[in-house]
Design a protein around this ligand. Structure first.
Ligand code: BG6
Length: 369
């Protein structure tokens, strides 16, 4: 049932093109408009939403963090991302015009469920982005948007993460369509670009041999840092989480812009640092800023492992390794850049002889607070 892979996690990493394609499937009408019939929330309520709060834990929270960049850009609605267990204990500002989006693979995470209950008590509309049909969180929410990743067995989340980003993006585009933030042809072309992502994810998987080699060489590493900026920031956090969960290695993710405000003090000769580089074709100047960060840490002896877009030659002089991913719009890049980080953690943990599907002390769904 592992389909010839050494672990469920490895299999699920390879399932990702399908997971994303299936999450996109059947969500447009003949005219190409997004139809999310399953939402069953009054359109007037969705039009009146003036704030979105995403509540989730672990990897699901990082999916929310990625989606914040896209939803704010497309819909001009402020989006907060809150760890579910922090949410209800800080007297959050939530009312009838707040849409609370709970993201959960299992639909059973108690912390997330309690956040949903609290949000409803405050009069908010609650929407669940969940992978497991019939689970508790969608039952207790006003609406559900299912991810179609298929069953995820490995404790560490991979294909559910990509599907959560995809579903949250569909929600963002749907709100933009409903509220008239974007022209129909802009929405159609973004959907077209999303539909092109499964083939690109497959391409990243096809190129992952070198990531595996590096991971095996690094099996004795004690500490790994991850840097990213914009949507690459939550991906850096996710890369670090994967390594902690699976390989029991100290790993930390940082926003690259924060480097000079502290983390650069950690850089000493030989320190491995993964850097998720924004596209040089992006509208903002973030690419050159992140390339400068790579230069700065390389000058202090860091071993730089860079994830960059195809054709990005500017990173090469400062990178010990470059993993290239196909070109795509900036907001969609997380669906590609996270994949080498997942493969790296899975392969390194396997090389250490660890059980990647059942890491110590962790459970697939945590049903206690
Ligand atoms: C953790 C799992 O306990 O719960 C993570 O180990 C997961 O992999 C997190 O991301 C949240 O779980 P869920 O089911 O709510 O997405």
């Amino acid at each position: 049932e592992k389909g010839g892979f050494g672990s469920f996690m490895d299999k699920e990493i390879h399932d990702q093109p399908h997971a994303v394609a299936d999450t996109l499937l059947g969500r447009t009408d003949a005219a190409g408009h997004l139809v999310l019939d399953e939402l069953r929330i009054d359109e007037a309520v969705l039009r009146a939403v003036d704030k979105i709060v995403v509540v989730a834990c672990g990897t699901a929270a990082y999916a929310g963090h990625v989606a914040k960049y896209a939803i704010e850009h497309w819909c001009r609605i402020p989006v907060e991302v809150e760890l579910a267990h922090e949410f209800r204990y800080r007297d959050p500002v939530v009312d009838e015009r707040t849409l609370v989006v709970a993201i959960s693979q299992s639909g059973e995470t108690m912390d997330t469920l309690m956040a949903v209950r609290h949000a409803r008590e405050q009069g908010a509309t609650t929407l669940a982005i969940v992978n497991t049909h019939g689970s508790t969180i969608p039952r207790e929410s006003d609406a559900v948007l299912y991810t179609h990743a298929g069953p995820e067995i490995a404790v560490a989340s991979t294909k559910a993460f990509l599907s959560q980003i995809t579903a949250a993006y569909l929600l963002g585009l749907f709100l933009a369509q409903l509220r008239g933030n974007k022209f129909p042809d802009e929405i159609a072309s973004t959907l077209e670009e999303l539909r092109a992502m499964p083939d690109k994810i497959q391409e990243v998987l096809d190129r992952s041999g070198r990531v595996r080699e590096i991971a095996r060489w690094m099996a004795d590493t004690q500490s790994v840092l991850f840097l990213g900026r914009h949507v690459g920031y939550p991906i850096a956090l996710e890369g670090a989480l994967k390594l902690k969960e699976l390989a029991y290695i100290h790993a930390e993710g940082f926003a690259a812009g924060e480097l000079k405000h502290g983390p650069i003090a950690l850089i000493e000769p030989g320190q491995p640092v993964f850097v998720v580089v924004p596209s040089p074709r992006g509208r903002h100047s973030l690419h050159s800023k992140v390339v400068s960060n790579i230069q700065e840490i390389r000058a202090r002896g860091a071993r730089t492992i860079v994830i960059a877009e195809d054709g990005d030659e500017a990173v090469r002089p400062y990178a010990d390794e470059v993993f290239s991913v196909p070109q795509c719009p900036t907001l969609l890049a997380p669906l590609l850049t996270v994949v080498p980080l997942q493969v790296f953690a899975c392969e390194l943990a396997t090389a250490k002889g660890l059980d990647v599907d059942q890491p110590r002390n962790l459970a697939k769904s945590v049903t206690v607070e």
